[in-house]
Design a protein around this ligand. Structure first.
Ligand code: ADE
Length: 223
């Protein structure tokens, strides 16, 4: 898989992709993540990418030209499954969407900024508008990093235990059951006996009951 991220603030995206699991996934050749500075596609002599909004609304708007040039240049090189725009008024990013996007070959993620992007780009070039939640971030970079992380970890081989992504919270609309490690007794705080029993069937049943109970209590909307 290849993900191209278009941004006016590439610095924000440096560290999320340059350490730990996402870095290893790139080193192993399981994913390519390319960050592009939209200013490099500006024809303005000051490398401007934004301008005042028509109609006198406050706030700057990202202009068509640099975005169009960046997307066109990428599309000339390969076919993209989706051209995604990060925006609070997009569809909510949930696990099923992450699952679907993890099966794609090539994705573009355009990070919104300022007051937003010229609406003509959304109408003409964007195929999917995504919000990571009902709150407004200063820009789309962190949203792009969240999405890329959730997508890439689903690619086979990216996380060690291939099974474990399948058992994540949300994959079956159930929250995960609690996990514990040694020591089994820390300051009198005890690990549930069943987990120490070695009885596989009882353990699986306990985990399922915990998952159901926690989901009903913490996220009744998922049921
Ligand atoms: N840009 C600003 N806020 C956002 C959000 N909640 N989701 C995606 N992109 C955004």
């Amino acid at each position: 898989m290849r993900i191209d991220i278009l941004t006016v603030l590439p610095e924000i995206l440096e560290s999320p992709f340059n350490c730990s699991i996402l870095k290893r996934a790139q080193d192993k050749g399981l994913v390519e993540i390319h960050i592009h500075n939209l200013r490099d596609y500006s024809l303005d002599k000051h490398k401007r990418v934004d301008d005042y909004a028509f109609g006198g609304q406050p706030g700057m708007v990202m202009q068509c030209e640099p975005i169009d040039r960046a997307i066109s240049s990428l599309k000339q090189q390969r076919v993209y499954d989706e051209v995604i725009y990060t925006t609070p008024d997009g569809v909510r990013f949930r696990q099923p969407l992450a699952n679907r996007l993890s099966l794609c070959r090539n994705l573009i993620i355009l990070c919104g900024h300022y007051k937003g992007i010229d609406y003509r780009i959304r109408e003409q070039l964007i195929t999917l508008e995504i919000s990571i939640g009902d709150y407004v971030l200063t820009g789309g970079e962190l949203a792009a990093a969240v999405m890329a992380d959730a997508i890439v970890r689903l690619i086979p081989g990216v996380i060690n235990d291939e099974q474990s992504a399948l058992f994540d919270s949300f994959q079956d609309d159930l929250l995960a059951s609690p996990v514990y490690t040694r020591p089994s007794d820390y300051k009198g705080w005890k690990v549930p006996d069943v987990l120490l029993s070695g009885h596989e069937a009882n353990i699986r049943e306990w985990e399922l009951q915990q998952a159901i109970e926690r989901t009903q209590r913490l996220r009744p909307d998922l049921g």
